[in-house]
Write a protein that binds this ligand. Structure first.
Ligand code: PLP
Length: 469
C-alpha cells in the first residue's frame, strides 16, 4: 500500500514531511547503522511523490548527519547519527532546534524563565493549600491506603458534573467524565486510543508542541490548520475534512497556546456541524479558560455538541496547584469506556489523595476569590511585558487571556544563536518552530509572562532585548 504524503502542503515543504518520515523510520531502527536506505526511485514510488522531493529529503538527512553517501551506491545510515549532533553542540539547543522538543527547553536552568507556561508558584495560596491537605486526611483517614477507581473518584466526578452543567450547560453524567493526571495524559490517551499509523490528524498551526509529538509518535499524518486572531478559515477546514477524512482535529480554541487567540462562538457551532458531517472527532483542549482579563470567553465547543463528536479535555493545573496535576476528560459512551480501558493499561487511576485535595480546594469559596486576584496579577504581568517590548518594533496580538505572548520578530534571527546567547545569560524562551507542525515560524518566539514576578520580567526582558540587538 502506498503512503500518501500530503500534497496540499506547500510544494517546497513536502520534502520536510518526507524527511520527518524517514528520520522516524531510522529512529525506530528500521534501518540499522551502515545499512543502505531504499533508492530515491523506490521511495518516491512508495510515497507517491516526485523523485526530487525524496532527493531533497536525503540532502537534509545528510546535512543533519543522519545519513552518509557512498559514491554510486546510495545513502546509508550514519552510526550513532543522533548522538553526533548532540556532542557537537549544546544538547539542549540541538534538541530544541533540530528535534523540536519543548521538554528539553524546560530543562534549561535559567534565572529568567520565559519558556515555562506555568504559574509563578508565589501566586498560589500555598499556606491555604496545606490546610486543605490536612482537611483531606481528617475526612478520609484511609486515603493513602486506597487506589482511586480508574475512571476517577466518584465524589469528584459528580461535583465536576454539577459545575460543568451550571457553568457551561453541559449535559453530563458522572460516568461520562474521566480524571487524568493532567491534560498531557489525556491527549496521550486519546491519541493511543484513536490514532493508528497513517491516520490523518488535523492540528492547529502553531500549537502546543507536545501534542505534535504525541500524534507523530502514533504515526499520524499531520495536517496543519492555521489559527488566526479571528479563528480558522472554515473553508480550509472543510476542504481538509472532505479530502483527507481526518480521524480527529486537536484544537485549543480558548486563549490558545501559544497565540492567545480565541475562536468566536459562530465558528464553534460551525465546527461542530463540520465535524459531525465528516465524522471527525474534535479534541478540545481547554486549560486556560479561567485565565481571562476582560470578558469571560465563549462556551466550550462541547456545550454545542449534540452528536458526541467532541472530546473535552479540561486541565486545572494551570492555576490550581500544578503539583496536583488534575485534569478531566468529558466524552460520550462508548468512547469513554474505551478511554477508561486505555488508561487502565498504564495506571490504576489518578492518585486519590490529589483528587480529594483538588475536590475540596477547587469548590471552596477561597479559590474563587483567589482566582479573581490571580487574573488581575496576570494581567498586570502581561501589561509589563508589553510595556517593556513596546520600543522593540516586535509584533504581537495582545491576548485577552492565557499566559503567553506570541511574537513576530522583525527578521528571522539565527534561532540557534539567539537561544545559545540567551541561555548563556540565564534566559529561556520558546522558538516558534517548536510550535509548528511544519517547523517554520523561524522569526517567531513565545514569551511567557506568568512565571516571573514584575521586577524579574523587567530585568529579564531588558537583558533579552539587549541580546537580540
Ligand atoms: C494547550 C495545553 N495543553 C495541555 C497542556 C498540559 O497541561 P497539564 O499540565 O495539565 O498536563 C498545556 C501546558 O502547557 C497546554 O498549554
Amino acid at each position: 500500500m502506498k503512503k500518501t504524503v500530503h500534497s496540499n502542503a506547500p510544494a517546497e515543504k513536502l520534502y520536510e514531511q518526507v524527511y520527518d518520515y524517514l528520520l522516524e523510520r531510522i529512529r525506530r531502527g528500521e534501518w540499522a547503522a551502515h545499512e543502505k536506505l531504499p533508492s530515491i526511485r523506490e521511495l518516491a514510488n512508495q510515497l507517491d511523490v516526485h523523485r526530487l522531493t525524496v532527493f531533497k529529503a536525503f540532502q537534509l538527512l545528510k546535512l543533519n548527519k543522519k545519513v552518509f553517501v557512498k559514491d554510486k551506491s546510495g545513502y546509508y545510515v550514519l552510526p550513532d547519527s543522533l548522538m553526533l549532533i548532540d556532542t557537537q553542540q549544546n544538547p539542549i539547543i540541538s534538541a530544541c532546534v533540530y528535534e523540536n522538543s519543548l521538554s528539553e527547553i524546560h530543562q534549561v536552568k535559567a534565572e529568567y524563565q520565559f519558556s515555562k507556561a506555568l504559574l509563578d508558584p508565589n501566586l498560589l495560596p500555598n499556606h491555604y493549600l496545606s490546610s486543605y491537605v490536612k482537611k483531606v486526611f481528617d475526612l478520609y483517614p484511609k486515603v493513602l491506603g486506597t487506589y482511586s477507581t480508574i475512571q476517577g473518584d466518584l465524589e469528584l466526578r459528580e461535583a465536576l458534573c454539577r459545575y460543568f452543567t451550571d457553568e457551561y450547560y453541559f449535559h453530563l453524567d458522572a460516568d461520562e467524565l474521566l480524571i487524568t493526571a493532567g491534560s498531557q495524559e489525556a491527549i496521550d490517551l486519546a491519541a493511543r486510543l484513536l490514532v493508528k499509523p497513517r491516520d490523518t490528524v488535523l492540528i492547529e498551526r502553531p500549537t502546543y508542541s507536545p501534542a505534535i509529538d504525541v500524534f507523530r509518535r502514533q504515526g499520524a499524518d499531520i495536517l496543519p490548520v492555521e489559527i488566526h486572531p479571528y479563528g480558522y478559515q472554515l473553508e480550509q477546514v472543510e476542504s481538509l475534512m472532505k479530502k483527507y477524512k481526518p480521524r480527529l482535529f486537536y484544537l485549543n480554541p480558548t486563549f490558545h497556546n501559544p497565540t492567545g487567540y480565541t475562536v468566536p462562538p459562530e465558528q464553534r457551532k460551525k465546527l461542530i456541524e463540520l465535524a459531525s458531517s465528516y465524522q471527525c472527532l474534535l479534541i478540545e483542549d481547554d486549560p486556560y479558560r479561567d485565565i481571562y482579563f476582560g470578558q469571560k470567553p465563549p462556551l466550550p465547543l462541547f456545550s454545542y455538541d449534540t452528536t458526541g463528536c467532541v472530546i473535552y479535555i479540561r486541565s486545572f493545573s494551570k492555576y490550581i496547584a500544578p503539583g496536583l496535576s488534575i485534569a478531566t476528560v468529558a466524552c460520550r459512551h462508548p468512547l469513554m469506556k474505551s478511554l477508561v480501558k486505555t488508561k487502565s493499561l498504564s495506571d490504576n487511576g489518578t492518585p486519590l489523595l490529589n483528587q480529594k485535595i483538588f475536590l475540596h480546594y477547587f469548590f471552596s469559596e477561597r479559590l474563587q476569590q483567589h482566582l479573581e486576584k490571580l487574573r488581575i496579577a496576570l494581567e498586570i504581568r502581561k501589561n509589563i511585558m508589553e510595556e517593556e517590548l513596546a520600543e522593540t518594533g516586535w509584533k504581537w496580538s495582545s491576548p485577552a487571556g492565557g499566559f503567553n505572548l506570541w511574537i513576530s520578530l522583525p527578521e528571522a534571527p539565527s534561532m540557534e544563536k539567539l537561544l545559545e546567547k540567551s541561555i548563556e545569560q540565564s534566559i529561556s524562551f520558546v522558538p516558534g518552530s517548536i510550535c509548528d507542525p511544519l517547523r517554520e515560524y523561524h522569526s517567531w518566539i513565545r514569551l511567557c509572562y506568568s512565571y516571573l514576578n514584575e521586577q524579574q520580567l523587567r530585568d529579564g526582558l531588558n537583558r533579552f532585548i539587549g541580546i537580540f540587538r
